[in-house]
Design a binder for this molecule. Structure first.
Ligand SMILES: [Zn+2]
Ligand SMILES: [Zn+2]
Length: 277
């Protein structure tokens, strides 16, 4: 059976520093989920838990976990479950920004290793260059640092946007293209072993067919090694909602995804009843 587009596990309310959009309320996000026919939605604002050892999140320290919880309680119905999640970075010292006690308090956690645009927070510009080769090596190292952590609740964690222009704002496609087949296999075999979901987040358009193929390639390798996928729209503003569902369908077609490729977390958490039943 073809992969069913029935969820979106990545969204930002006005609380996220990169949204700051008063229209991006929990009610608006939930209305988008219902209008899209989703059975599962997740709110995943950016945050940095001030209880972890290193408070390296420049500008984000104000977004501690209590601030994220201001959105509780989330709207719910029997048609669509709305999960309280968060999107957490790893800082330049390899510290994941969520303390063990907080890890239990979120239903879903997105781990982001690819926000390399956050200079001095996720990257030390004194030691890592802006060129594609430097960024590729650094991003690869960060992925392994995260995946080698022993105490994270990987069963309820997603790996955020493997490809985003933020990995290397100067030459993102070139940076991505530098990952060899074996580099990708080594990463995604660990993701599979950890039981993490792989996020499908990219926009299925590119300047050229060749560029699109470069963006698709890591996801094809992930699929080949047996990783499981979830959809993450990553909307920061309401305008994105209108486009995202059709883009998800295109991604499913491009990767020829089946229901068996879906991350098990989704059916486990999903609302059991659908509209009309
Ligand atoms: Zn992100
Ligand atoms: Zn995000």
């Amino acid at each position: 059976m073809r992969y069913i587009v029935d969820h979106d596990l990545h969204s930002h309310s006005y609380i996220s520093p990169c949204s700051r959009d008063d229209r991006q309320t929990k009610q608006a996000i939930y209305a988008y989920a219902l209008a899209s026919g989703y059975k599962l939605m997740a709110l995943t604002d950016h945050g940095w838990d001030t209880k972890v050892d290193d408070k390296g999140a420049v500008g984000w320290v104000g977004n501690n976990m209590d601030r994220l919880r201001e959105n509780l309680p989330l709207p719910q119905s029997k048609y669509c479950r709305f999960l309280m999640g968060c999107e957490i970075d790893m800082n330049r010292h390899g510290v994941f920004g969520l303390s063990p006690e907080e890890r239990d308090r979120f239903e879903f956690i997105i781990a982001s290793t690819s926000h390399l645009n956050l200079r001095h927070f996720t990257i030390d510009p004194e030691t890592v260059g802006d060129d594609a080769a430097s960024r590729k090596a650094y991003y690869q190292k960060r992925l392994h640092t995260l995946l080698d952590m022993e105490d994270l609740p990987f069963h309820k964690m997603g790996l955020a946007h493997f490809y985003t222009g933020n990995i290397c704002n100067a030459e993102p496609i070139k940076c991505l293209s530098l990952f060899t087949e074996n580099d990708l296999r080594d990463i995604f075999e660990k993701v599979k072993a950890r039981g993490m979901g792989v996020e499908l987040n990219f926009v299925p358009r590119a300047a050229t067919a060749e560029d699109l193929e470069i963006v698709l390639r890591p996801h094809r390798v992930a699929k080949d090694v047996g990783c499981k996928f979830y959809l993450g729209g990553d909307a920061h503003h309401p305008e994105r909602f209108a486009e995202r569902r059709a883009e998800f369908e295109t991604i499913v077609d491009l990767l020829d995804l089946r229901e068996s490729d879906k991350w098990e977390f989704v059916p486990r958490m999903i609302a059991q009843e659908t509209v009309g039943q």
